[in-house]
Ligand binder design. Structure first.
Ligand code: ZN
Length: 256
């Protein structure tokens, strides 16, 4: 090997290791993208395959094997509370009635229902009670909201299902036990302005105190607040509960 062939041998070595590097690099990129695409696909698939309970019988079977899954009718549990289910009338942000006309009560799963009863009991000592605007919401209503509004800032994306669909979320306010009148709050129900945020500024002191009283009482019994809606509270670990698409009538029959 003379000096020239030695040089070309050296160069061809560099070229081959360089090519080798490109091939490895390409392989890594291909593997990475394949992984990314399959992950996104799996995620999309998971979202499409949201487990829905639509049959009364399969729900009964679930409750039989786990009593925590039971949906508790709130009016029998907390008769002193007011039930003004806004989606059973057109008095809501969609301007349409979405529940059957005479829906006057609603449901929560066993644990949040019992916790809410404790909230009402606690408030009683202060001469107050709760008014419920919504709790369990059949999945079909969330789909309807999405068709009407189609904006995740205001309504839940049906691909995920909401706490309301799982019977673990409640929308409520405080009332005076004697007069039945609502306490002043920063905004009306389903007002999607910044004034509805827990951190809202420039809110009247009295309204802030009322909002805070609702929050501290709900938190005391285990509920979690939602930063953007002062009236919405949810029960932790709601993903353990399936999304239900059972009508109020279907739930109305004795379940447990
Ligand atoms: Zn809500």
């Amino acid at each position: 090997m003379n000096i020239y062939t030695m040089g070309s041998h050296y160069l061809s070595n560099i070229n081959s290791s360089h090519n080798h590097f490109i091939v490895i690099h390409k392989n890594i990129v291909t593997v990475f993208f394949t992984l990314l695409v399959s992950l996104a696909w799996a995620q999309a698939d998971k979202m499409i395959k949201l487990k829905l309970i639509t049959e009364k019988e399969s729900f009964r079977t679930m409750v039989k094997s786990d009593s925590l899954m039971a949906m508790i009718e709130l009016k029998s549990l907390i008769p002193e509370a007011q039930y003004d289910l806004r989606y059973a009338s057109s008095k809501n942000f969609t301007g349409q009635r979405l529940y059957p006309k005479n829906t006057h009560t609603t449901y929560l799963r066993r644990k949040p229902a019992l916790a809410l009863a404790k909230v009402a009991e606690d408030l009683k000592e202060k001469g107050l009670c709760i008014k419920i605007w919504d709790a369990y919401r059949p999945y079909r209503t969330t789909v309807r909201f999405w068709e009407l509004i189609h904006d995740e800032r205001f309504v839940a994306n049906p691909s995920k299902g909401s706490g309301h669909n799982r019977g673990t979320a409640v929308d409520l306010t405080l009332i005076d036990l004697k007069t039945g009148k609502e306490l002043d709050m920063p905004t009306p129900f389903d007002d999607f302005s910044a004034a509805a945020f827990h951190g809202a500024k420039n809110i009247d002191d009295r309204k802030t105190r009322n909002r805070e009283l609702l929050r501290t009482t709900m938190e005391k019994y285990g509920f979690l607040p939602l930063e953007t809606e002062w009236w919405h509270y949810s029960w932790p670990g709601s993903s353990a509960y399936d999304v239900l698409d059972l009508s109020f009538k279907a739930l109305g029959s004795k379940i447990d």
